[in-house]
Design a protein around this ligand. Structure first.
Ligand code: NAD
Ligand code: TDX
Length: 332
């Protein structure tokens, strides 16, 4: 793999992937990003100019996508509208980017016979009961709850159809909740860290018993690279690192690590249709491809993430006020 097109590479996971690829391989990288509210050009600062290029544009622009795909060896498709709360307020861009954008990309990789890795989420499987010993496996039935997860499920099914009907060389991964540097302040962990840095109290939706299965973004990205290099074409791999925690525990841990009383948070309006629990069984990825996560201690990974937001205020400051104003209007 010598030249890689990363869609959505100015967002959270895609920008960390660009850094990861340029640091750990010899490949050259092109990022295609529409630079929506979720993108941050500062996330791409410091990448080597001779091996990296940013192209501003949409995955829905068929001519641009066709031209870019034609001159790369592989595409890793991160571009998406990614925030559940936004999908409840306005689903239209989720349908456009996540479904139509994936269709346009599939037509281009099909035409040029280029390898594709499609990035997806565990949310396509719906949610699990809190006391259910089960985890999601590649055999779990799709049962998405929100417009966001339904749009991601749709995109996965398009990829599978293009593999089966047209022989597209694609793999899919469904990963659990990521944390780490360069995540937008609308998401749970960066929102609470930056609220505390601003001298305000964290905001927990409802009772906070909802469980998410946390994985460090670098572990997600090392798994993506492993699948890109060694995954079986047409296969779906689940990525997770056994990091189940409820939201209340996560907020209390952030408060503790930031030297605050652990009860210094507020309960705010719950998310409509709020998924209860996600949990990934990554046995196939571990056993078939020999992948292992490096960040096995969530407390340490979270402490490093807090340090990153403390030291990079100029990165998150421009997005913070508008994000909080939108939440405040919903009582969240
Ligand atoms: P993000 O919102 O931080 O970044 C998304 C990026 O896509 C942004 O830079 C945005 O500008 C870009 N984008 C949006 N519409 C576009 C378009 N039409 N054309 C080109 N670029 C466009 O999201 P993220 O958290 O980095 O998620 C990246 C991918 O990983 C998504 O596909 C998401 O579904 C998936 N995923 C995320 C998580 C998580 O915990 N964040 C977990 C599993 C899977
Ligand atoms: O202020 C908050 N308070 C709160 O309690 C926010 C922003 C969130 N929450 C809760 C809702 C969820 O149960 O925290 C949990 C995590 O919320 P998000 O960070 O919005 O993530 P989630 O909805 O779980 O989805 C994330 O993981 C899967 C990503 O945003 C998706 O893109 C990915 O597919």
């Amino acid at each position: 793999m010598t030249s890689i097109l990363i869609t959505g590479g100015a967002g959270f996971i895609g920008s960390n992937f660009a850094h990861w690829v340029l640091a750990n391989t010899d490949a050259t990288v092109t990022v295609l990003d529409a630079m929506t509210y979720a993108a941050n050009e500062a996330s791409l600062a410091g990448l080597p100019e001779n091996r990296f290029q940013l192209v501003r544009g949409s995955v829905c622009d068929a001519d641009l996508v066709d031209e870019l795909v034609s001159r790369h060896d592989a595409v890793v498709h991160f571009a998406a509208e990614s925030h559940n709360d936004n999908s409840l307020d306005g689903p239209a861009p989720f349908i456009q980017t996540n479904i139509v954008g994936t269709f346009i990309l599939l037509q281009a990789v099909r035409k040029h016979d280029v390898r594709l890795h499609h990035i997806s989420t565990d949310e396509v499987y719906g949610d699990l009961e809190l006391d259910d010993p089960a985890k999601f496996t590649p055999q779990t039935r799709y049962n998405p709850s929100s417009p966001y997860s339904a749009s991601k499920a749709s995109s996965d099914l398009l990829v599978r159809a293009w593999v089966r009907s047209f022989g597209v060389q694609a793999t899919i991964s469904n990963c659990s909740n990521n944390y780490g540097p360069r995540q937008h302040v609308e998401k749970l962990i960066p929102r609470q860290i930056t609220e505390i840095l601003e001298g305000r109290r964290p905001k927990l939706y409802g009772a906070g018993l909802n469980v998410r299965d946390w994985i460090h973004v670098d572990d997600h990205n090392s798994a993506v690279w492993t699948i890109l290099e060694s995954g079986r074409l047409g296969e779906t791999y689940l990525i997770g690192a056994d990091g189940e925690l409820d939201n209340k525990t996560v907020i209390e841990l952030i408060l503790e690590l930031m030297g605050q009383p652990t009860d210094a948070y507020d309960h705010v309006n719950d998310r409509p249709g709020h998924d209860l629990r996600y949990a990934i069984d990554a046995t196939m990825l571990r056993e078939e491809l020999g992948w292992q996560p490096e960040y096995t201690n969530f407390r340490d990974g979270l402490a490093a993430t807090i340090d990153w937001y403390r030291n990079n205020e100029s990165w998150w400051r421009p997005q913070k006020a508008a994000t909080e104003a939108a939440y405040a209007a919903k009582g969240q």
